[in-house]
Design a protein around this ligand. Structure first.
Ligand code: BJW
Ligand code: ZN
Length: 252
């Protein structure tokens, strides 16, 4: 099937769908200038995930982990939603029950206007108490940090005196129970799942297409390259999300 035929067929089937869901990954924000994780320009090319995105890394060197997140925030701060984010936000008007599950922590879907959003891996603009007193803060600035030359200098402090940490799900950590169970329920109930800009290697997000398919959903992958999902998708729309999604919207 040619790319144009696939696009038309996906549009035809979407017109008949009532429960549409989307799952996004770093690729949808690439065209907004936010680096992806894997691949030639990916964040993990220059940094080892285990050095930075695990609870063990934070326990060993919280200052290094915060330095990395401050740098990430500086890359994201001026980023704006691109046409891919905006199309998914407009899809909520067409399908009011549409759920958007994102692995991204950059907040660009919210900026684009998506409201039925499930942030599976947290949000880079939130911090929470690592000492588990329960405080969570929206932290656009970096807050009060441990003073002086102590090893934890630069680590924001909670009002309880403990360290704050980015409110992000690191490797080996469980996703929020409520968010995960809503996501699984939505995937099982959907007629169509659009899987946009993810390498489909990180679980449990990578299990959602299989779950949706078992319950009869059409799986559509939007990506610039093959992933482990490609062979199992019903349709593959090859190209940048910021071009493919507007082209799809135009056919609806
Ligand atoms: C474009 C494009 C354009 C580019 N247009 N496309 C089952 C099997 C095996 C392993 C596990 C398993 N279950 C759990 C695990 C372990 C682990 C895991 O999955 N490991 C795998 C790597 C094997 N999972 C976990 O640890 C998860 N926790 C968990 O399951 O806990 C269980 C538990 C239960 C009870 C108690 C305790 C534990 C947590 C996973 C958290 C992931 N966190 C990260 C890092 C956060 C750090 C941060 O952001 O600061 O989240 S990992 C990183 O990968 C980040 C992303 O959200 C995630 C997914 O990456 P994504 O979005 O797919 O990006 P890329 O870069 O990989 O891909 C980009 C794609 O876009 C590419 O395909 C490009 O081609 C494409 N693209 N430009 C369209 N313009
Ligand atoms: Zn605290």
């Amino acid at each position: 099937m040619s790319d144009t035929d696939a696009l038309r067929e996906v549009a035809r089937r979407l017109r008949a769908a009532t429960r549409v869901m989307a799952l996004t990954g770093a690729g949808i924000s690439a065209e907004s200038g936010v680096p992806t994780f894997r691949g030639p320009d990916g964040l993990w090319r220059n940094f080892r995930a285990t050095d930075l995105a695990t609870p063990g890394a934070f326990a060993r060197d919280p200052a290094l982990v915060w330095e990395w997140y401050r740098w990430r925030r500086s890359r994201i701060r001026d980023a704006r939603p691109n046409p891919g984010h905006l199309v998914l936000a407009r899809f909520e008007r067409r399908w009011p029950a549409l759920t958007l599950a994102t692995q991204n922590v950059d907040g660009l879907h919210t900026q684009a206007g998506s409201r039925r959003l499930l942030e599976l891996h947290g949000n880079i603009w939130r911090a929470r108490c690592a000492a588990r007193c329960g405080r969570t803060v929206i932290q656009d600035v970096d807050g009060a940090a441990a003073p002086g030359t102590a090893p934890d200098a630069g680590v924001p402090l909670c009002a309880c005196g403990g360290w704050m940490r980015p409110d992000i799900v690191w490797f080996g950590e469980a996703l929020d129970d409520g968010i995960l169970s809503r996501t699984l329920d939505e995937a099982a109930a959907s007629d169509a799942l659009l899987v946009v800009g993810t390498s489909s290697v990180v679980y449990p997000a990578a299990a959602l297409p299989g779950l949706a398919r078992q319950h009869g959903a059409m799986i559509v992958e939007v990506n610039v390259e093959d992933t482990p999902l490609t062979g199992a998708a019903d349709f593959v729309l090859r190209g940048p999300a910021g071009e493919v999604l507007p082209a799809l919207e135009a056919l609806l």
